[in-house]
Design a protein around this ligand. Sequence first.
Ligand code: SAM
Length: 424
Amino acid sequence: MIKAQHLAVIAIRRVLAGKNLTEVLQEIWQSNPLLSHQQQGAIQDLSYGVLRYYGQLNALLNLLLDNTLQDLKLRYLLLVSLYQLQYSKAPSYAIVDHAVSTARILSNKRGAPGLVNAVLRNFIRNSSALCEQVSSDIGKYSHPQWWINKLRKQYPNHYKTILNASNQHPAMTLRVNVRKIGVKAYQEMLEEHGIKADLIWDAALKLAQPLSIEKLPGFKDGLMSIQDAGAQLAAPLLDVHEGMHVLDACAAPGGKSTHLMELAQIKLTAIDSNAQRLKRVAENFERLGNEPHRLVCGDALYPSEWWDGQAFDRILADVPCSASGVVSRHPDIKWLRRQTDLSLFASNQENILNALWKILKREGKLLYITCSIFHEENLILIKEFLKSHQDARLLPLSHSDMVNGQLLPSSLHDGFFYALLCKT
Ligand SMILES: C[S@@+](CC[C@H](N)C(=O)[O-])C[C@H]1O[C@@H](n2cnc3c(N)ncnc32)[C@H](O)[C@@H]1O
């Protein structure tokens, strides 16, 4: 546990200094090649957990400390230990003992182990009363204040549910490859392997417990993919038919591209501006036993650099966004984003949409997607687009869980926005 606490402190420190958690963990695995899978799992759990509840843990720590603690490593060690005491099943004496030893490694100040011991024991004695004393928005909802304010304004009746859903552990959901096996048949196959999964909709099966992919039958043979149930709504909404010329303009890692090709024999052009991520699209197609017509490293903003001149029947534009709908999966996002990022995202999204609109056929359809819940990247942007494009019409989307194309995060799926536009 000492190693896990120590390396989680390093991970949290780097994230709070501005780095992405997935990349930080990769760096840590590379510089500590002897870590076992179990140790990696423990470090991952601690880092994700602290970032998920950072607002609350920080508020608790402030109540426990008489003075501001300048030593950031010690501060993060205390947050890691508070997370363990509050949310893990590890015995509290072991958490405190290991934290005291970790403090000796992290700090050369003589008083550090004593301080860690005193703070944590104080928390154990008074945890319920301290938790009740946390009254700030950030402490209660573990999101930045600007984020809470925005959601309160945009979703006055739902903001608490959204914030709570974003703080839960995400669902692990499979998409059955219906070209290879029926949904019911795959669900039965899971059952035979002792794996329980519930049907959410269409081909989406939510696992009762997250599992490593090696334990899922038929993964290598392409019987299914891992994909959030909300993301699985995209491909069917685009309404593709045999022989259609379809573009996925922001395709990597290929979740929606591969789904499109499971629905109909289409001529798919999949592009992404990130060459590294594009490799994953190719791998996913290969595993699922399918191949797109064209797989190109290209920029959706500049079609002239990669477009073959034939207008598309359908375009999927799953544009880069704040990712505010997938915080349960990436809890670092809420602390890394700045309010000012939203207008930058929106202006890039608008530019991508304008560029793609020009290469869509008349009567063709374009599905605009974000995994954001902020109106600036969603409904506001689409309304502006409709105002400036007389040849664009917004088609109704009928899904019981969506309001005006907005799917809010829940225990079943992430948050997404969908707008289906038709060119008249
Ligand atoms: C939300 S992800 C797409 C997820 C993908 N549709 C899926 O379902 O697996 C957005 C992708 O857009 C790519 N991207 C960002 N800016 C782009 C641009 N200007 N042109 C093309 N791709 C871009 C990113 O590299 C990233 O892979």
